[in-house]
Design a binder for this molecule. Structure first.
Ligand code: HEC
Length: 161
């Protein structure tokens, strides 16, 4: 519950501005370019070539049913036993409905030059959370992990479809 309270606070300061035009005309969305890059990665499906968990499973946290993927930069660093990951490390999580049959969104942790970005969004708007740095509810719950990563290397057993 405590964590949910923090997430609620995060939502209040969430900075996105969404501009929707009237009458079904094309809509315009103003988003942070970093967030756009994250959404592009998610929508492209490019991450499906990365090492991933074998199947969706219930989250031990607030993420419903999930399946996590890690990019080669993060995987190599994990395999080397690093406790701080290099710039360019990405962990991406597919979020599903309870039974794990329908993907409902994504969560992405992406390390840039000046630190982590945390994104979590749900279809269709995909604009719920986008947070920079580690002074936020996402990072607070992820802090006990290895450089904010909670899923251990052993979970990423496969690159099968
Ligand atoms: C209450 C605790 C909690 C909060 C708050 C939380 N997470 Fe997580 N998160 C987890 C746990 C536990 C896992 C490990 C996998 C699982 O069981 O879901 C996880 C896993 C992840 C992963 C997969 C990589 C990893 O670290 O294992 C991503 C990406 C992620 N979370 C993103 C986010 C984002 C973005 C936010 C904020 C919007 C957030 N999380 C907030 C508990 C939390």
């Amino acid at each position: 519950m405590h964590a949910m309270t923090r997430i609620a606070e995060v939502r209040v300061v969430f900075p996105l501005v969404v501009v929707l035009s009237a009458c079904g005309a094309p809509s315009t969305t103003t988003r942070d370019p970093e967030l756009e890059a994250m959404l592009e990665l998610a929508r492209s499906g490019e991450y499906r070539t990365w090492s991933r968990e074998p199947a969706p499973h219930r989250s031990a946290g607030p993420h419903s049913t999930v399946r996590t993927f890690i990019n080669p930069t993060l995987e190599q660093s994990l395999r080397a036993g690093d406790t701080t990951f290099p710039v360019g490390s990405i962990a991406l999580k597919e979020l599903f409905d309870g039974p794990g049959t329908k993907r409902t969104g994504w969560a992405i942790d992406w390390k840039l030059e000046d630190g982590w970005r945390f994104f979590e969004g749900f279809d269709p708007s995909l604009n719920e959370y986008f947070l920079k740095g580690t002074d936020n509810g996402c990072a607070g719950c992820h802090r006990p992990g290895v450089d904010y990563l909670l899923t251990p290397l052993s979970a990423f057993g496969t690159t099968d479809p």
